[in-house]
Design a protein around this ligand. Sequence first.
Ligand SMILES: [Zn+2]
Length: 155
Amino acid sequence: MRCPACGADQDRVVDSRPTPTGDAIRRRRECRACGERFTTFERVEHPELLVRKRSGAVSAFARDKVLDGMARAAQGRVPVGVLEDAAAAVERELRTLGVREVTSEQVGLQVLGALRELDEVAYVRFASVYKDFQGPEDFELELSTLRKEAPPKTG
Ligand SMILES: [Zn+2]
């Protein structure tokens, strides 16, 4: 790896550890020529995952967008780090399908599943947008379904 300070291509790795999310390796390097220390990240290169919207438009899957949507629904109720992990898990789930293209519905369902584990309010907020709730009765229906399927924990 070329040194950002002097341009020499001789360095040694002084530290190597996975990032907190576990999807990259962070290496601290030291230039043998000038002693400059710098950091590199090593990641798996994923083949591009495409998302097809209801309109038929296709775009690259963007974990940031998923995270934005989840954060909007959670509105501070769930720590950012937890949401980041959940967004990473959503992407992993979609990639394990082994297809090159998923639908926005599949993405939405994965997000719903993830939010449901994290926070009931965030789940219902996301569902209201995703399922296009028309009125309070839709919220009631969703909540009663949620309670039936996953009784609230006591204690
Ligand atoms: Zn150097």
